[in-house]
Design a protein around this ligand. Structure first.
Ligand code: CXF
Ligand code: ZN
Length: 368
């Protein structure tokens, strides 16, 4: 019986920026009020883990436990938790869904104002860590999830209970990347049947946007990438037209898109981390370094009626929308299998980093 006591387990600790993770024994404190301790079953690697793993100029956040796309089983619950019980299968998420604040109660926003999104090294509610190494040194959290550990602690507002019939190596994908892309088309842009879509960058997020746009009934889904090999994988996710960003000869990418759509795509999705404005609505999903800026001309916004919006977690509310996506997978509408290009054991977690950095990998599932 581990309930109420610290658990000693293994975690992959990021001790220094850009250096391989170190698998060590750590201590995971019991959950405090409104928290749950979760035994991670599977976790996958998202590009944001790599972005923050590499960042040198972000003081005070090492050593830390990365990972934020995962599924697990509730080991124990703290006081005042009635939403989940020991043994429940859950997805921890980097976005909170407290269900009580004005934003969580509104249909317009997925940005919880009680536990706002930030890149914090601590638990969201009391601002302390649940992790220490065997020397007693604090290990920091990442995005309120820290799934590169056999056990983690998450706030109940960051936990969604799911149907346990979905395989864990598929369920974990709904914790970040796939949900973000699908949600961006479905919730943020609200792509309607018959519309045209252009997607810049066909890695996991861009392909998930294509998948979302396909499910919403978009008739033209243009994928833009610098790698012409993406044409094959793009087709699997509903990309109808591929534009090789480097091989447009004497035309610009926007000219090509203009010709394909008769004037410009209704919705453009920026999934690279280099914002460029599309024709109608442009939705920014690509994660860039802190301090990066977007340039847009006021002429374009005013004269050409362009609009720009960001989409965190695809505009999804975790507790109500993850179960919808999960059901659509079980009903064979939403594709998840094709995202998983690699699977490794926890001991090989650094291989997952190499694979994602190299770019041939979409999602690498890590089995604990
Ligand atoms: C990202 C969203 C933008 C800030 C960092 C984390 N989410 C997940 O990958
Ligand atoms: Zn992510």
């Amino acid at each position: 019986e581990s309930r109420g006591k610290p658990i000693r387990c293994r975690a992959a600790v990021s001790r220094k920026p850009g250096e391989p993770l170190v698998i060590e024994e750590i201590m995971v404190a019991p959950p405090m009020a409104r928290e749950v301790r979760i035994r991670i079953i599977c976790t996958s690697l998202c590009h944001s883990d790599i972005t923050f793993w590499k960042l040198k100029d972000y003081p005070g956040i090492f050593p830390r436990i990365l990972g934020h796309e995962a599924v697990g089983v509730v080991e124990s619950v703290g006081e005042n938790v009635d939403e989940v019980n020991e043994g429940d299968i859950v997805i921890p998420t980097f976005m909170a869904d407290c269900g009580e604040c004005v934003d969580c109660r509104s249909k317009k926003s997925n940005l919880c104002s009680k536990l706002p999104f930030k890149v914090s090294p601590y638990m969201p509610r009391d601002g302390t860590s649940r992790f220490t190494d065997l020397k007693g040194e604090v290990l920091y959290h990442f995005l309120f999830v820290s799934s590169f550990s056999e056990y983690t602690v998450a706030d109940i507002a960051h936990v969604t209970k799911i149907d346990p019939s979905i395989p864990p190596n598929r369920a974990c994908l709904l914790g970040c990347g796939v949900s973000t892309g699908v949600g961006a088309a479905w919730k943020t842009a609200n792509v309607e049947p018959g519309s045209t879509v252009a997607i810049f960058g066909l890695r996991s997020i861009g392909l998930a946007v294509a998948e979302g746009a396909r499910l919403c009934g978009a008739t033209k889904i243009i994928g833009v990438d610098v790698n012409p090999d993406k044409v094959v994988i793009g087709k699997k996710f509903g990309v109808t037209d591929f534009v090789d960003a480097r091989g447009c000869e004497n035309k610009s990418v926007s000219q090509v898109i203009n010709e394909l759509t008769g004037g410009g795509a209704d919705y453009c999705f920026e999934c690279v981390g280099l914002a460029s404005l599309g024709w109608g609505k442009t939705i920014v999903l690509g994660v860039d370094k802190p301090g990066a800026t977007l340039s847009l001309s006021s002429f374009d916004v005013l004269h050409n009626g362009k609009s720009l919006m960001g989409s965190l977690f695809g505009g999804l509310k975790a507790k109500s929308d993850i179960p919808i996506l999960l059901k659509r997978y079980l009903d064979k509408e939403l594709q998840l299998d094709e995202f998983v290009t690699h699977e490794v054991r926890f001991e090989e977690i650094n291989k997952a980093f190499d694979l994602l950095v190299e770019g041939q990998c979409l999602r690498c599932v890590i089995w604990m």
